[in-house]
Design a protein around this ligand. Structure first.
Ligand SMILES: [Zn+2]
Length: 385
């Protein structure tokens, strides 16, 4: 099912080839998924299966969109975003509301519930049709049966808040939580610009700076779940104190808060992020300079990661990515300059396709993924033959 989510549609032969399962196993799994109504068949008249009679049209399998939907909730620092996605990966709706998420967990959770209910109503779906919900949070998480925040300093107001419990009670479905940069990576690799790629670095540039590692077609979260904390790599040992307690982290140089703070200082008044991005697009000297420097700082940190992991693609996401090339140029320049010459290659750096929706869509993808694993687990609703 995860393969069908990634590919959109595929023939039985294609599934066997890509999954490494035998054709007999694939056939029996598909028959069960068809009888459960989770997968539907359609004839592709444009595609022929070679045979002695000149080829019959191919039968493709696709996930049945009408079999239920998944919620993706993204708790950013200052906004709550919710998306509703059907089983085939099509987005049925999305909504966002500004909130002080960092400092009011309870209100943020209420907002998410209210936005989700409104989306379901607009899509004419009852809450019982929600098969799972995914939640993205802007904080490092320790892995385990029930993930917990890895740092008491980051997202401190959320410590001890039972996010999964609160959402599960409201929608009566399984809830899965992930870090927002990891889920942004999952989204771009499932629905976006990196669909089908095996090894991808997804750098998320927002209030925080995060890195999602997609390796061998899966998220890599490390030994304890906190891999990819690029924002807390020290780049300026004499720099500012970071919210994590260290000094001179990349986030204090290239995070949105650092950039708007620096421009506000120069202009003598507070600057909001939207205003900062507008100024940069209009070519404001200070805003452009800050973004170009931020891009180079991020590129320098990423160059080391590229040398170590040899990714096929570097995807830039997050709110700052909306300014496009000003940032990307600096990132490309430093990756090009500082990666190991022995690799003998250049790295492709692209903007994500999903923009501000990435983490919420990734949260929905996490819920879809978990549900299909559950379906295919021994003793699960569809046990493999
Ligand atoms: Zn830090």
């Amino acid at each position: 099912m995860a393969l069908l989510q990634q590919l959109g549609h595929a023939s039985r032969a294609e599934i066997a080839r890509r999954s490494g399962l035998s054709r007999t196993t694939v056939s029996s799994l598909v028959s069960e998924l068809l009888s459960e109504g989770l997968v539907v068949e359609r004839i592709d008249w444009g595609r022929r299966v070679p045979s002695a009679e000149g080829g019959r049209p191919a039968t493709l399998l696709t996930l049945d969109p009408s079999s239920g939907a998944f919620l993706g909730i993204d708790f950013g620092h200052t906004s709550v975003r919710v998306v509703l996605v059907d089983r085939s990966g099509e987005m049925l709706g999305d909504d966002v509301e500004e909130r002080d998420v960092d400092h009011d967990a309870s209100e943020a959770l209420n907002t998410a519930g209210r936005l989700a209910e409104a989306l379901l109503e607009r899509a004419d779906l009852s809450p019982q049709r929600v098969l799972g919900a995914g939640v993205a949070v802007s904080a490092p998480l320790r892995s385990g049966a029930s993930p917990v925040f890895a740092s008491s300093r980051i997202f401190s107001e959320w410590a001890g808040v039972d996010i999964d419990e609160r959402i599960a009670v409201r929608f009566g479905c399984p809830v899965h939580i992930g870090n927002d940069a990891n889920l942004g990576a999952l989204a771009e690799c499932t629905f976006g610009v990196a669909r089908g790629a095996e090894n991808v670095l997804y750098v998320m540039l927002s209030a925080g700076v995060g890195l999602g590692l997609w390796l061998r077609g899966e998220l890599f979260t490390g030994q304890t779940g906190t891999a990819g904390e690029l924002g807390h790599v020290v780049v300026d040992p004499e720099g500012r104190i970071c919210r994590c307690g260290n000094r001179g982290c990349l986030e204090t140089v290239a995070g949105a808060e650092a950039l708007i703070g620096a421009l506000g200082y120069a202009r003598g008044s507070d600057v909001h992020l939207a205003e900062f991005l507008d100024l940069a697009r209009q070519g404001d000297r200070g805003a452009v300079r800050l973004l170009a420097d931020a891009g180079r700082a991020v590129g320098r940190a990423l160059a080391g990661v590229c040398s170590i992991l040899d990714p096929a693609l570097v995807v830039i996401g997050g709110e700052l990515a909306a300014v496009g090339d000003i940032l990307a140029t600096g990132i490309r320049e430093l990756i090009e300059r500082d990666t190991s010459p022995t690799a003998g290659r250049s790295y492709e750096v692209v903007s994500g396709d999903l923009g501000p929706l990435a983490s919420a869509l990734g949260a929905a993808a996490l819920a879809m993924d978990s549900e299909s694993r559950q379906m295919l687990a021994p003793g699960g609703p569809v046990a493999p033959a």
